[in-house]
Design a protein around this ligand. Structure first.
Ligand SMILES: [Zn+2]
Ligand SMILES: [Zn+2]
Length: 368
């Protein structure tokens, strides 16, 4: 199989109107500015992300008078988790970044599970995302919120663009350039070609299950509403928030050459993808929530696949590799699943409790 193209090492052209301090121009400014987003920017951002979605959640059931029953909640949760992890573990960490190797059944299953999120066929998604990493927050990035500049008007426009606007950009990312490895894989091409069928399964599967479970057309309809429509809308907005929110607002625990941030409040819903600052600092790392206490359920699933023998060569956080990427203000120690053998003495600095952790499950319990 052809190797994954390296999209993380080139030096892209800065955007026409760069946020101060983020340019790669030869003016010796650092790639990442110390400057944070202003309060105005943050309030606009919160309003933009939270209010429309709360409106959908609150208004529609009230209008229909349906409420919500526990069958719908369970079907919603199951489909949210399968399609969500399909995107995060499959589309993103596996297909885009080769964070681990997988056997063929798992490879196909991940491509199908990711397709259920209705975020596009796997090769399209991967190509767009590899392009995002190659040019992150510079000219050529398909969805940077800094595209139009850094004043509040430009950032509002940029957030709308990064969240959903870019999806309507008629310029398609070249799959030949960004995903030759996936194009060369006939099974993945076939899975990609069947995308419309996976969308059908994602939309009608919950209705079928709900209808059979409740033995009524009404039950099928409410399951369709909650576990298909609302579930897809929620997952869409969570995924898009990684592109918009996580490039503007949050902590810089690591040094990346872009404006990527770690955003704690999105970690559970996004299955750990909102630890986006680490991800841009070390894109192939299988655990994005690499610091202690950072919840990352996608990493936990990869860990389970590894234990089952379905996945191997997992690129777990490496203390030595990450040591060079920590920002000056970042003091939290690395969490479980970290390779520490390269820097044996480092565990002494972090205290005996960290050193004594052998079982990652134990580590997570201690971190909780
Ligand atoms: Zn990003
Ligand atoms: Zn990525």
């Amino acid at each position: 199989m052809p190797t994954t193209p390296d999209v993380s090492t080139s030096a892209p052209t800065p955007l026409a109107s760069q946020p101060p301090g983020t340019t790669a121009r030869p003016s010796a400014k650092p790639d990442v500015a110390d400057e944070k987003a202003t309060w105005t920017q943050q309030i606009l951002l919160a309003a933009f992300v939270v209010i429309p979605f709360l409106a959908v959640l609150a208004a529609v059931p009230v209008a229909w008078g349906w409420g919500l029953n526990w069958h719908d909640v369970i079907i919603f949760a199951v489909f949210y988790v399968i399609s969500g992890l399909g995107v995060t573990v499959g589309y993103h960490r596996y297909f885009t970044h080769s964070s681990f190797k997988a056997n063929k059944p798992l490879r196909i299953a991940l491509a199908i599970a990711g397709s259920l999120a209705v975020e596009g066929p796997v090769i399209t998604w991967v190509s767009d995302h590899r392009r995002h990493h190659k040019y992150s927050d510079k000219e050529g990035d398909p969805h940077s919120p800094w595209r139009f500049g850094s004043d509040w008007k430009a950032l509002t426009k940029g957030l709308l663009w990064a969240h959903t606007g870019w999806l309507f950009d008629p310029n398609n990312t070249s799959q030949e350039k960004f995903s030759p490895d996936l194009l060369a894989d006939s099974a993945i091409r076939k899975t990609d070609d069947f995308f419309a069928a996976w969308v059908g399964v994602s939309l009608l599967g919950p209705a079928l299950i709900g209808g059979l479970w409740g033995m009524s057309f009404h039950a099928a309809l409410t399951a369709f509403f909650w576990a298909s429509l609302v579930r897809i809308a929620l997952l869409h907005h969570v995924t898009w928030s990684i592109n918009s929110v996580c490039h503007v607002w949050g902590n810089e625990d690591f040094t990346a050459r872009d404006k990527s941030r770690n955003v704690a409040w999105l970690a559970i819903l996004s299955f750990g993808e909102s630890w986006h600052n680490l991800h841009h600092a070390d894109p192939t790392c299988a655990r994005h929530g690499a610091l202690r206490g950072q919840v990352d359920s996608s990493a936990r699933l990869i860990w389970a696949f590894e234990k089952l023998g379905w996945a191997w060569d997992v690129r777990w956080p490496d203390e030595e590799r990450l040591a060079t990427k920590r920002s000056a203000t970042s003091t939290r120690v690395l969490g479980s699943m970290t390779k520490q053998n390269a820097l044996k003495n480092a565990s002494d600095r972090h205290g005996n409790d960290e050193k004594s952790i052998k079982d990652p499950r134990q580590a997570d319990r201690q971190a909780a």
